[in-house]
Design a protein around this ligand. Structure first.
Ligand code: PMV
Length: 388
């Protein structure tokens, strides 16, 4: 970064994170202080990330923000505008405190997929703005990201990250549990589900749950803390069975809270429920927990699994969720497209007996209900790409 002729330009990238202990509900809306602690895995930025460029220049008259090519409305109470103003008011470089900024942000994964892009987006915005305005304290930037979108505070760190709920802006903060090198065999496969329906946003959904769900209050006071300690230990000890059990129970409980909300919220669809059944049947058949599903505020499945099981899992998913072109005379089914990490093909022997078991358990084939897969791993926190 240089201050010569009063021009600063910074480009940074930041990762997506997928919670295994879910954040759902705020004690305080504006600063997004949550009702309970949460914990997530940070995904590898080679496969999924947001890239944000911040330009500060004397000639810029108004703050502006472009997201995937579209200019956003930066009204006075928008989280992005509040974030810009907050960081600008904290800059140690006096000349910059009066200068406006142009921000351009893009995701390297389709935003239309309904994947939690706001966490990567706000984490990247806080990180890039912070570095442009001369603020580099990661914990401080994480708190600023939290005020944009709660879960974004966890994307400021790599590996597995614990968001301590706290009770105000200073005490509600994210901390790294282990870094991205701690559990090198951990993988994540995301099944991007075909679903045209627009879901109720997470912020509206959680506000409704806080108002109406007694289960949310019970979970926050009686369940989360113990689970959090257990899953932290499972991560430290690389105990996949324990990790997987809590991950699945947490996802189910979060969606139970959605049902307990009045009127109820439905984020899962038929395909999501089908994936849940398949995961349990695979684990039962093998007699060992091989896959753990988790779902956020939408129908896409995030599967945590170990590296050696990725080809088998993808083979099974391809069998039960084939892509079929009904316009073609041959009606041949195609394998799903996989973005991200390459993997070797499973041998037919590997998957045939599992597929047969699932078929004998009446698992149906759902054509064209998964659009594609993303195969990724646990990755590091935000990085500067360019700075001058
Ligand atoms: O930060 P938000 O408002 O996008 O909320 C995220 C909520 C969940 O994704 C459902 C759970 C979580 O902890 O990430």
């Amino acid at each position: 970064m240089s201050k010569l002729n009063m021009k600063v330009s910074v480009t940074a990238k930041a990762p997506v994170n997928i919670a295994v202990i879910k954040y759902w509900g705020k004690q305080q809306d504006k600063l997004k202080i949550p009702i309970n602690d949460s914990l997530s895995g940070t995904l590898n930025m080679d496969d999924m990330c947001t890239t944000t460029s911040v330009l500060i220049d004397e000639t810029i008259k108004e703050d502006s923000l472009y997201l995937n090519g579209e200019e956003q409305n930066l009204h006075e109470s928008s989280p992005a505008k509040l974030m810009i103003e907050r960081i600008r008011s904290m800059t140690p470089i006096e000349e910059l405190s009066k200068m406006k900024t142009k921000i351009v942000s893009n995701n390297n994964f389709p935003t239309a997929a309904g994947l939690a892009s706001s966490a990567a987006g706000y984490a990247c915005l806080a990180f890039a703005l912070g570095h442009a305005y001369g603020i580099q304290d990661q914990t401080l930037l994480s708190k600023i990201a939290r005020a944009g979108s709660g879960s974004a505070c966890r994307s400021l760190f790599g590996g597995f990250v614990h968001w301590i709920r706290g009770s105000d802006h200073d005490t509600s903060l994210a901390r790294q549990v282990v870094d991205e090198n701690h559990w090198p065999d951990m993988r994540v496969v995301i099944c991007v589900v075909n679903d045209a329906k627009k879901e109720i946003s997470s912020s509206l959904g959680m506000a409704q749950s806080v108002k109406t769900s007694p289960l949310l209050q019970y979970r926050a006071t009686k369940i989360v803390q113990e689970r959090l300690e257990t899953i932290k230990n499972a991560i430290i000890e690389r105990d996949f069975e324990k990790f997987a059990e809590i991950t699945m129970k947490e996802s189910n409980e979060f969606h139970a809270i959605c049902l307990d909300t009045f009127p109820p919220i439905f984020y899962l669809n038929e395909t999501s429920r089908h994936i849940i059944s398949i995961c349990h049947l695979i684990n039962q058949y093998i007699g060992q927990t091989k896959v753990a599903y988790t779902f956020d505020a939408g129908p896409n499945a995030c599967i945590y699994l170990l590296k050696d099981f990725v080809p088998t899992f993808i083979g099974i998913i391809n069998h039960f969720f084939p892509l079929v072109d009904h316009n073609s005379s041959s009606m041949v089914s195609k394998s799903l497209h996989i973005r991200g990490r390459p993997h070797h093909e499973p041998s037919a022997i590997d998957i045939n007996h599992i597929v047969d078991h699932l078929k004998s358990s009446n698992v149906r084939i759902l054509q064209n209900s998964i659009r594609y897969l993303i195969s990724t791993s646990i990755g590091g926190g935000p990085e500067l790409v360019l700075s001058d």
